[in-house]
Design a protein around this ligand. Sequence first.
Ligand code: AMP
Ligand code: GLY
Length: 424
Amino acid sequence: MNILVVGGGGREHAIIMKLAQSPKADKLYCTPGNGGIAKYAQCFDVKATDIDGVVKLAKQVEADMVVVAPDDPLVLGMVDALNENGFRAFGPDKAAAIIEGSKVFSKNLMKKYNIPTAKYEAFSDAQKAIEYIKTENKFPTVVKADGLALGKGVIIAQNFEEAKDAVTSIMEDKIFGNSGANIVIEEFLTGPEVSVLCFTDGKTVVPMISSMDHKRALDNDEGLNTGGMGTVAPNPHYTKSVADECMKTIFIPTIEAMVKESRKFKGCLYFGLMITPDGPKVIEYNCRFGDPETQVVLPLLESDLVDVFEAVIDEKLDEMEIKWKNQSAACIILASGGYPKKYETGKEISGLDEKGQLENVMVFHASTKSENEKLLTSGGRVLGITAIADDLKSAVDNAYDSVNSVSFEKMHYRKDIGQRALNI
Ligand code: AMP
Ligand code: GLY
């Protein structure tokens, strides 16, 4: 099969490395890809959001399957366009991707179908939102932009002034652009967070191994929110009884709700969960694989990923047994100094072999480019180093050992990835 993957970060690199293990994958293509992905797949310069460009590329490479990995092309309807042109595509169509594309939609869905989540109200008027915050008078409170905002559209306000500023900056100053035309104000929940990515064909839902993200930039969960500074899998908070409860009260009800709304979801549905004192609740849905969750989850997959993608597309997931390795994984993100604020790019990366890899671990490139035989940094999150071992502590230790072999100017990474999981 010729397989085209749309996207160009660490997540896409992890998907491609897994697809490359399949005897069914003959040729792998990626757009736009990056310096590390280019060692495993032929890369093109069509943007991930360029729907016509990707359809044209799928024709050019005679793609037997297209995997659309990032949120924005899914929300824009890339899978619909690919299907209309006769291509088999992995990922939800536009109608289903709204589960991530609009927080107002997803919150209303959960309310309508009794799926546990934080209490909330949705607003299209800033003044009304501010009045509501005043009347509720409960802090911290959470202010969320309705649309996609690069994972940054959530503000946790500690008092009325902060909440009012959040509403004004999102709705009036439009710090997240049109994503902030509507907002959700919700109750602040507490408890450990768990990411559960699920394969679903709209009828059957198969959770992958659970994982734990580390969203803040600095050790001890301090500093700004980022796209994710590291992950471990499995997540020790996701016990068998929590998993059973999630299946019954969250996963199956969500899949069924989407069918009832005529928005059958096919692809990878990501449940961002909080295990609150009142049980697991949904913090967010994503219509795609997580980044950097994918970099710890897919390396633990035993089954052939091409088979899984085919089963999802053909709605035959119930006929397949998906197998996992009985091991643990840890991924440490190496970022540019300054990220998620201003940072420099174009720094030479040293320590990697000619495949952009290291011995004994997997190196997933998030933003690198090759220039004159050199590998350079090209974004905020640069590399993810993933180690697999029989237990989590060894996975974390092995990943950190390998981090020491890589360097670039102003390289920044967290030193405590996995500690929260090891200390429970
Ligand atoms: P999201 O973009 O929805 O994943 O939100 C980013 C982060 O904000 C989450 O991972 C949580 O840590 C935090 N967060 C979002 N919603 C809530 C909430 N209702 N209560 C507490 N923390 C939240
Ligand atoms: N790591 C969080 C996300 O992919 O949204």
